[in-house]
Design a protein around this ligand. Structure first.
Ligand code: ATP
Length: 588
């Protein structure tokens, strides 16, 4: 298949942010794609080579890409750099340079999707001293045969700058329409995706066998499952309304969610957003096997930092020390953890997703031999509000954030946020209720003590339907000097020259960022706003929703992707809940 067809689609997609149009362009492309290369097309559309959790990145430094372009076009490096500066985008600069070249050359080999993909894959696998030269060679040979339109997207992909942000759900919609004839079947595709987290695998299945294979999609070890999520409740009464009289209450520890995959001698760990985090937790890899009696298993646990002398749980921030590439052994010694297992999704060759909570819990208790490192999450079955209150009190006293409440007869609903799991935190009972996890999309320069750094950040919620990031507040409080420095550094390589079209705000930030970094915010209230764009026109025409008195809690949610941030729908629910409370108070 010619790569120009993919480049053409990407070009159309650049020109629109309307989801329906984006989907239609994808449908048109999928319909003419041979089934065996559809995974490659799906990955390339998102600027990837494999699903994120496999950690395969093209990762070419811009310097090398510039040199490769120079080699294939005969244009000098300084000239290319000048063009790059002018265009503000390496893809565009590549297209311009290749345009000039096209006028002077004639014959070219057609480049295919397979060739682009395979070359990029080879580049991604190159390591060691001579790898830079080889990378350059591969890239320049591709660019040599590329048309300006193709070169534009190849350049963007190799430098990880394909900023189209085509959401997984847009791709699932398009696959459903292209291969099953309607969007109706999307839930089947979504199920398969939730179970394996690999869009390429789902695409191939539906392209080859329609809906048939999707219905029997199998869980397998080392394919991470998209985690089941919880809704918030503010009180035991509200939980009872949602779940009935009897349910399970578990401790809710404040650590990092870890999905543990074990088979024979191999253990792989995935984060909440399914990043492979095995290297941060060599202690889990070393010790967990001893605690699990099973040939193979997929388990979920909360890894929590502890004070080994007192056994006390320490706050989430302590786990940040594990996020380093070097000297991890030292971090393991200095910041020890415990692993608190709370679910099992697969054991001894069989999926447990369709079993009830009660059945899964029983299996979990049977296969885990508890020790000082690995434990089963404390749980009790509760029947009255008082019992919930008592257990909550115990949990808080033991250093937990609150409780997770789980319906006894519910299956494991991969990727869903549903009322079969509820979270009850102590602080939910006042003010806004919950904290929000928001995406940093822009910043404003500081003054006084903050000169040279950012004085305030512009934050957005995530709009799942449109795959956009409408702003909800500007936050300048809650930062310490240390956290401000840390954030400044983290954001320094997310700066973009032009605002990403997915960001919507009435405020003009001094600096715009790639929507990637997620931080936690508390606020006193949600109000209507003419400036912020979350839920625009939903509650009142011309107004969006904004947070009043937002404050940074100190938590950078490094384990969350921007798509995992608080959604616009959640902000709306919080606004509506708050309205109910206000009305109830007025009546009172
Ligand atoms: P999300 O609900 O999107 O995961 P979040 O991480 O902000 O967002 P939290 O309010 O922290 O949500 O609650 C859910 C998280 O609580 C889980 O992702 C998991 O990391 C953690 N957790 C702690 N104890 C448990 C437990 N017993 N069962 C399930 N999750 C638990």
């Amino acid at each position: 298949m010619r790569f120009s067809l993919v480049a053409e689609t990407l070009g159309y997609m650049e020109g629109t942010t309307k989801r329906l149009e984006l989907t239609q362009h994808l449908v048109d492309l999928f319909k003419i794609t041979p089934p065996e290369i559809i995974p490659k097309v799906v990955y390339l559309l998102q600027g990837k080579l494999r699903p994120d959790h496999e950690g395969i990145e093209v990762g070419v430094a811009e310097k090398i890409a510039v040199k490769a372009l120079s080699k294939s076009s005969g244009v000098s490096v300084p000239k290319i750099e000048h063009e790059y500066k002018k265009a503000g985008d390496f893809g565009q600069a590549t297209a311009t340079i290749l345009e000039q070249k096209t006028q002077t050359t004639f014959l070219k080999e057609d480049i295919t999707v397979e060739r682009v993909y395979d070359t990029l894959f080879r580049i991604a696998e190159l390591k060691g001293n001579r790898s830079q030269d080889m990378k350059m060679k591969y890239i320049s040979s591709l660019l040599n045969d590329a048309s300006p339109a193709e070169g534009r997207f190849i350049a963007k992909i190799i430098t990880a700058n394909l900023r189209l942000g085509i959401a997984d759900y847009t791709i699932l919609d398009a696959l459903s329409i292209a291969f099953t004839g309607s969007k109706e079947n999307r839930s089947l595709l979504e199920y398969a995706y939730n179970v394996c987290s690999d869009l390429g695998r789902v695409a191939e299945a539906v392209a080859k066998n329609g809906t048939e294979e999707l219905k029997h999609f199998q869980v397998s070890v080392f394919s991470p499952i998209r985690p089941m999520l919880a809704e918030r409740v503010k009180s035991p009464e509200e939980a009872r309304e949602k779940m009935g009289q009897e349910f399970a209450a578990e401790y809710k520890l404040d650590g990092e969610r870890v999905q543990i995959h074990i088979q024979k001698e191999t253990t792989i760990l995935y984060s909440r957003s399914l990043e492979n985090i095995t290297s941060y937790y060599p202690d889990i890899v070393e010790k967990i096997g001893k605690a699990i009696k099973a040939k193979d298993a997929i388990l979920e646990a909360e890894a929590v930092a502890i004070n080994e002398n007192t056994g006390e749980f320490l706050p989430f921030q302590e786990l940040m020390h594990r996020r380093r590439k070097y000297n991890i052994t030292k971090a393991v010694q200095e910041y020890p953890i415990t692993v608190n297992l709370f679910d099992v999704m697969f054991v001894d060759g069989k999926s447990c997703l369709d079993l009830t909570y009660k059945e899964r819990r029983k299996i979990l208790e049977n296969i885990v031999t508890e020790d000082a490192f690995a434990r089963v999450m404390p749980m009790t079955i509760v029947k009255t509000d008082d019992e919930v209150e008592d257990f909550l009190e115990n949990a808080i006293n033991s250093g937990c954030e609150g409780l997770m409440l789980k319906q006894l007869d519910s299956s494991y609903r991969a990727g869903a946020r549903a009322s079969n799991w509820l979270k009850l935190k102590r602080e939910y009972r006042n003010e806004l209720g919950d904290s929000l996890d928001l995406v940093v999309v822009g910043a404003f320069y500081g003054r006084g003590r903050r000169t040279g750094k950012y004085g305030a950040l512009l934050l957005s919620a995530y709009n799942e339907e449109e795959d956009t990031y409408p702003s909800v507040c500007k936050v300048g409080t809650g930062f310490t000097d240390e956290s401000l420095d840390q954030i400044y550094q983290i954001l320094s390589d997310k700066i973009i020259v032009k605002k990403d079209p997915r960001i919507a705000s009435g405020l003009e930030a001094d600096v715009w960022f790639e929507p990637e970094v997620v931080i936690e915010i508390v606020a006193s209230e949600i109000t209507l706003s003419p400036i912020h764009k979350a839920a625009l026109d939903q509650i009142r025409k011309g107004s969006g929703l904004a947070l009043r008195f937002p404050k940074f809690t100190g938590k950078i949610r490094f384990e969350k992707t921007p798509e995992n941030a608080t959604s616009v729908n959640e902000v709306m629910t919080m606004y509506n809940n708050q309205k109910k409370v206000v009305q109830a108070e007025k009546q009172f």
